[in-house]
Design a protein around this ligand. Structure first.
Ligand SMILES: Nc1ncnc2c1ncn2[C@@H]1O[C@H](COP(=O)(O)OP(=O)(O)OP(=O)(O)O)[C@@H](O)[C@H]1O
Ligand SMILES: [Mg+2]
Length: 304
């Protein structure tokens, strides 16, 4: 399978995110195509990571299948031949969509990142360490970095058009979408995370936190959309090296982050775009980590 920086399919392009290209399929479906782009420290690298797009799409597809009957979701198919049957315009583009494309029900997206935190890390740890709060709300005292949060915390954020998402209190979510929808999003997010955390844990991966998106389809049904419990939407940690009181290495991006940190320390990179070129060894190590994440979560090899 060739690595892909950007796609060019004969469908109306709705947008390009940091990682996905989004196409319209009629007015009620979308094709989400996950490229092999990678970002670190919010900067998109110039290189592609072979197999990354397929890993992200197929991990999401695996979860959506597991969630059948648990929560409504947007997936129609992540199988290239099925997609081509549904969307014949793609018949000459099988290699471009293989593994990496998902045909989905199109929704109106709620402008909220529904984050569930099962462990305290990242921006949540920073805020807690300095003020004892998360999005302004008090948490139990005495937590250490990377500690398990029991129960897990629903920690929503706004979907920022540019720059960092901003953590917001649940009360703000109620103002934006109304009490009933806020309650439903939190409940669905908790259900999916509880299932995912347990399944991943048994395979040696801790899903420390994860971000869900939800939308409403034309019939008014609220459903889980976007990507689900992938290394890009979540913090994946290796359970066998997990230790509280410190930050944890990232299961997937650590080789890349270590390289970029070293370049920064050596004064060869100032932290802004453009990023430094990545050596083949870093690209290769990162690709292997993504494939390993797929193997651990699903229990089988990703093979295209
Ligand atoms: N079923 C759906 N209907 C409509 N839009 C969807 C659906 N599923 C996902 N999306 C949207 O598709 C986009 C996916 O793009 P992508 O993940 O690359 O970018 P992003 O989420 O904006 O940025 P990032 O993930 O890098 O923070 C998101 O804006 C998401 O809200
Ligand atoms: Mg996204």
């Amino acid at each position: 399978m060739n690595a892909m920086l950007a796609s060019d399919l004969p469908l109306p392009l709705i947008g390009r995110g940091k990682v996905r290209d989004i196409y319209a399929v009629g007015d009620d479906r979308v094709l989400l195509l996950t490229t092999d782009r990678i970002s670190a420290f919010d900067i998109v690298m110039a290189e592609t990571i072979p197999m990354k797009g397929a890993v992200l799409t197929q991990i999401s597809a695996w979860w959506f299948n597991k969630l059948e009957g648990v929560v409504p979701h947007h997936m129609i198919s992540a199988d290239a031949d099925t997609i081509i049957r549904e969307v014949p315009d793609l018949k000459n583009h099988r290699a471009d969509i293989l593994g990496r494309a998902m045909l989905c029900r199109r929704t109106k997206v709620f402008p909220i990142e529904c984050v569930i935190r099962g462990y305290i890390s990242g921006s949540a740890w920073k805020e807690y360490a300095s003020r004892g709060t998360l999005a302004g709300e008090k948490l139990a005292p005495g937590l250490t970095e990377s500690a398990k949060l029991e129960p897990a915390i629903f920690s929503p954020a706004t979907k920022a058009e540019t720059g960092h998402d901003e953590n917001i209190p649940v009360a703000r979510v109620r103002e934006i979408v109304g009490d009933a929808v806020a309650q439903e999003l939190e409940s669905m997010a908790r259900t999916v995370y509880a299932l995912g955390e347990k399944v991943a844990r048994a395979q040696g991966i801790i899903i420390a936190d994860t971000k869900f998106e939800f939308g409403r389809d034309q019939s008014g049904r609220i459903m889980l959309i976007d990507e689900v419990m992938t290394p890009d939407s979540s913090r994946f940690w290796a359970a066998d090296v997990y230790k509280t009181g410190q930050p944890q290495p990232s299961f997937d991006k650590q080789p890349l982050r270590d390289y970029l940190d070293a370049e920064r320390r050596a004064g060869r990179w100032n932290g802004d775009a453009p990023p430094p070129p990545l050596p083949a060894s870093v690209v290769d190590a990162t690709s292997k980590r993504y494939l390993e994440a797929y193997r651990r979560i699903t229990g089988s090899e990703l093979d295209f």
